[in-house]
Design a protein around this ligand. Structure first.
Ligand code: ADP
Ligand code: NI
Length: 208
């Protein structure tokens, strides 16, 4: 099996996997993360490009929030998939990325020697900031039926509003980037978050 076929089969596997999840984890998030990861890797030559593609494609297929809490089962399925399509050579690296990419799990200093993870993690984080990040956050908040904002939630861990999530997570991502290229892109996207918040508060507190 050649690499193009392996990519196509992986795309199909991912599409099947993501069916029914919230739209923050939809196929287009995967497409964007894959492009960002390839871009970062092309700039910095940190990992094998094919492995970057496969890891980016698979990075959300075992998200605990969406796999009925049974992650070991999802890892086994991904392992079987990679083995059955002739990708045993990259299997362990890819599974490692899937296990560690999530925001909650790791920070750079915890994975000092894993360039593949740096690249995919930066790409995933970049898709949570900028205009797309704002859109995804409100989309997720709507999906969870969360309020857009509660006055007073302008600091960390203060509540469940989507504006609160900016402080819990989104505004921190810029400083958590692993790669120089990722950090550069994050700076632009971070500014969008800041501008958005400024405009948001201006409108919310209009006249006061
Ligand atoms: P990851 O892509 O690392 O799996 P998450 O699953 O935490 O990230 O989040 C997926 C998307 O949903 C991101 O864009 C994130 O900002 C958004 N999101 C997660 N939790 C919340 C929340 N409580 N309120 C608003 N948006 C959220
Ligand atoms: Ni993701």
């Amino acid at each position: 099996m050649n690499r193009d076929e392996q990519i196509s089969l992986t795309e199909e596997f991912v599409r099947q996997n993501l069916k029914g999840y919230d739209s923050g984890h939809d196929w287009w998030h995967i497409v964007r993360v894959r492009k960002l990861a390839s871009f970062i890797n092309d700039m910095e030559l940190l990992a094998d490009p094919f492995t970057v593609d496969i890891a980016a494609l698979l990075h959300d297929t075992a998200d605990s929030k969406f796999a009925d809490g049974d992650n070991e089962q999802s890892y086994l399925r991904i392992r079987d998939f990679l083995d059955s399509k002739g990708m045993s050579d990259i299997r362990d690296k890819v599974i490692h990325v899937i296990k560690n990419v999530s925001f909650s799990s790791k920070h750079k200093k915890d994975n000092p020697d894993d360039p593949l993870l740096w690249v995919v993690q930066d790409a995933d984080r970049l898709d949570a900031i900028g205009a797309i990040g704002v859109a995804r956050a409100f989309n997720y908040g709507g999906f969870r039926n969360n309020p857009i904002y509660f006055p007073g939630e302008e600091s960390e861990n203060t509540g469940i509003s989507t504006i609160g999530h900016f402080y819990d997570k989104l505004l921190k991502l810029k400083e958590m980037m692993n790669t120089t290229t990722g950090h550069k892109i994050a700076e632009e996207r971070h500014e969008i978050l800041e501008k958005f918040l400024e405009q948001f508060y201006g409108e919310w507190y209009f006249g006061s």
